[in-house]
Design a protein around this ligand. Structure first.
Ligand code: ADP
Ligand code: MG
Length: 696
């Protein structure tokens, strides 16, 4: 048996490989450049490129690619061979520092939201040395950022790196005030828990809706769903276990620390969680994980569904974004300390997050908005569309006592006691109990639970990093001139908590009472993507991103365009697929079935005229009536879709939400009723029962 430790990261040009393959001075210089975030020197780049090429070729590579993350949400690549012709009809293998640092893919077909005119459609990719290069399919993959020639960002990596810088700068300033002068950089860490479905490949291929849209647009509930609660953490079936083993192995080779695997709540639903990493690396790794999940599934006769809501009536899939902030000296800033002073610092960072989440609830909501995630947020399975925070009883009690502290001495005493005895030992299970909260403190990190399963984690973390940077910057301004630093910090913790405690909610987020309570507290309840997106371009949000250099106003407007367009387009495809399935599959199949039933009735009556055939006759009548209804509803849907052609941008997104979505629901309701009235053999594609309860 192979030992995992032997092959872990064998496809990665990681630190160990660099140390071995690079000349000492080059290695040192590269490390320095990376840690200080400076531009790379061309001689260093040439040397690194050469070592990378030799290592890649030794490992069977013929090509290299700049790997980037355009606004499509998936990754993009264009491969170039290392070959370069020489005399005598031969080739040599070459890879220069210039090719490593910069690439120029023809990028005219990636979404740019109007940022590029077509005549200057070329963008360029720039090496991100903070994320290791790796080998996949005999190709050397170089993680890169993607920009337009005029410098506007066209991808998901650049703003993430910018936001990490912003947070680092502000956090370091605060830490220096606390006397932590040795801290030079602060990083954010992320551990994304990834949910997914596995269904049989043959079933998938038979469903146009899954093929074209990633989710079932039709499907009556199977008699059994998830009510028996027999799947969650249940024993893993043999075929699925083989898949998971294979998947882990592929991920480990890529240096991805896949750690936890288990069955999820819905039938055929599973989860994978890695050990957390620096946000930038975690983002790259999560993209690779999703891709590998799909690829490995094919080998096992499965299709992996990453859609947020592949099946109605059972849970959809999300992604929990575990997020924390650490120093380059190894201190987790969201971990309660072991003495009152450290606890004070912890509480300050904690209230910074509270303030940030309260002031920018709308941006967090925007960062998880998509047509597919609309099926989850607000339904009774995923956190609601209302952003709130769970702190747990212990922390809430501490903050409340700080807030109430009219008698300074008594409050101080209480806080000291709490600080010493309670804070350091907040048990994980008490903070982790509330699974309904969209943003929960879980002992030494926050868990943002609103992300959809197919999301890049980039967007939500861009927002998180930037809004917390903003809160810390405000804090630094307050503390800068304080005569008594300790007293100023105490006051800041208290005042911030009092001003923003409305965002804290430790109760059941799924309850109707919370919706009312949240409205009373003045919290946002942005129910759908178009509603959420409108807040993206609010003045305060544009100002925020501009202040920290994360997005320029035009970059925000372009993203606003892209997101609205993506929303409308994906629903448009769904509506067309629905029409297609009704007209070319459901109606013909059901009509044939009704015809066969009618013929059978006629045949029986011909032999035995006294037969009444009441049940069969009623069935034919019933089916025919539903078929008529289905045709009417489908025609209505297609005329609404036609009408949508006169709108664009955000207007189209709202129209889609208000008119197309309900019309689709109408079509589905009739079709699902029909499915339950015709024989299983007559139904033109696999049912929920077929897909979700396969035997292995
Ligand atoms: P649960 O399902 O109980 O929430 P899991 O073990 O499935 O927990 O996932 C927890 C995730 O949180 C893991 O990916 C883990 O690495 C990550 N995590 C732990 N500590 C941190 C941290 N300091 N920063 C970011 N993520 C963290
Ligand atoms: Mg988990």
């Amino acid at each position: 048996m192979e030992n995992v430790a032997d092959y872990f990261g064998c496809l990665v040009f990681n630190d160990a490989v660099m140390r071995e393959k690079l000349p000492k001075d080059i290695y040192k210089s590269l490390k320095k450049t990376v840690s200080e975030g400076k531009d790379i020197d061309i001689t260093v780049a040439n040397s690194v490129a050469n070592a990378m090429k030799t290592w890649a070729v030794d490992n069977g590579c013929t090509h290299f690619t700049h790997w980037f993350q355009p606004m499509t949400g998936i990754t993009a690549e264009k491969h170039d061979a290392f070959i370069s012709p020489v005399d005598g009809g031969k080739v040599i293998l070459e890879f220069s520092g210039k090719e490593l640092i910069k690439g120029e893919p023809d990028a005219s077909s990636f979404p740019s939201g109007g940022l590029r005119a077509t005549f200057e459609a070329r963008g360029y990719t720039a090496w991100d040395p903070t994320s290791y290069a790796f080998i996949k399919d005999d190709t050397l993959y170089i993680p890169t950022a993607f920009c337009s020639y005029t410098g506007e960002v066209l991808d998901k990596k650049t703003p993430l790196l910018r936001s990490m810088e912003a947070l680092s700068k502000e956090a370091v300033e605060i830490l220096h005030m606390f006397g932590k002068d040795d801290v030079k950089r602060v990083i954010t860490t992320v551990g994304p828990e990834q949910e997914y479905f596995l269904i049989n490949k043959e079933d998938y291929a038979k469903r146009k809706d899954l093929v074209f849209t990633g989710r079932t647009l039709f499907g009556a509930r199977a008699p059994k769903g998830q009510e028996m609660e027999d799947h969650y953490f249940g024993s893993i079936k043999t075929r699925v276990a083989a898949y998971m083993r294979d998947l882990d192995k592929e991920l480990w080779k890529l240096g991805i620390t896949a750690k936890t695997r288990h069955n999820e709540v819905a039938p055929c639903q599973h989860e994978l969680a890695p050990v957390f990493a620096t946000t930038n690396v975690a983002t790259d790794h999560n993209q690779l994980t999703m891709e590998t999940m799909k690829k490995v599934a094919e080998r096992h006769g499965f299709t992996c569904l990453l859609h947020e809501k592949p099946f109605a009536g059972v849970n959809g899939s999300g992604k929990h974004n575990n997020w924390s902030i650490s120093t380059d000296t190894g201190l987790n800033l969201l971990s309660p300390g072991s003495n009152p002073k450290e606890n004070k610092q912890f509480l300050l960072f904690l209230v910074a997050v509270i303030k940030a989440v309260d002031e920018y609830q709308d941006l967090l909501r925007v960062s998880v908005a998509s047509a597919s995630n609309d099926h989850r947020l607000g339904a009774n399975e995923a956190p609601p569309a209302i952003v709130s925070m769970f702190l747990g009883d212990e922390l809430s009690t501490i903050l409340e006592s700080i807030a109430e502290g009219t008698d300074i001495a008594a409050a101080e005493k209480k806080r000291m006691e709490l600080g010493v005895h309670v804070l350091p030992s907040i048990p994980k299970d008490t903070t982790d109990r509330n699974r309904t909260s969209p943003f929960a403190f879980t002992g030494n990190r926050f868990e943002f639970r609103m992300l959809g399963s197919s999301f890049s984690v980039s967007g939500p973390n861009v927002v998180l990093n930037t809004i917390v940077a903003k809160a810390l910057k405000d804090f630094a301004a307050t503390l800068k001139d304080a005569k008594d630093f300790d007293a100023a910090v105490d006051a800041l913790i208290r005042d911030t908590y009092i001003a923003h405690k409305r965002i804290v909610f430790n109760g059941n987020n799924y309850s109707d009472e919370w919706v009312e309570e949240a409205a009373r507290r003045g919290l946002y309840n942005l129910k759908s993507t178009p509603e959420a997106l409108d807040t993206f371009v609010a003045d305060k949000n544009i100002a925020l991103f501009k202040e920290f250099g994360v997005f320029s106003p035009s970059e925000i407007h372009s993203r606003f365009e892209i997101l609205n367009e993506e929303y409308s387009k994906s629903l448009h495809i769904e509506a067309l697929t629905m029409g297609d399935m009704v007209n070319t599959q459901i109606i013909p199949a059901v009509s044939k079935y009704a015809g066969e039933l009618a013929s059978a009735i006629a045949a029986k009556k011909a032999i035995l005229p006294s037969l009444r055939c009441t049940a069969e006759t009623a069935l034919v009548e019933n089916i025919s009536a539903m078929l008529d209804d289905l045709a009417i509803k489908t025609a209505a849907l297609s005329s609404i879709v036609e009408k949508s052609a006169s709108f664009g941008g955000s207007e189209l997104a709202h129209f889609t939400r208000e008119c197309i979505v309900p019309a689709m629901e109408d079509v589905r309701a009739v079709a699902d009723k029909l499915e339950l009235s015709v024989s299983h053999e007559a139904w033109p594609f696999p049912t929920y029962g077929d897909m979700l309860f396969y035997v292995d």
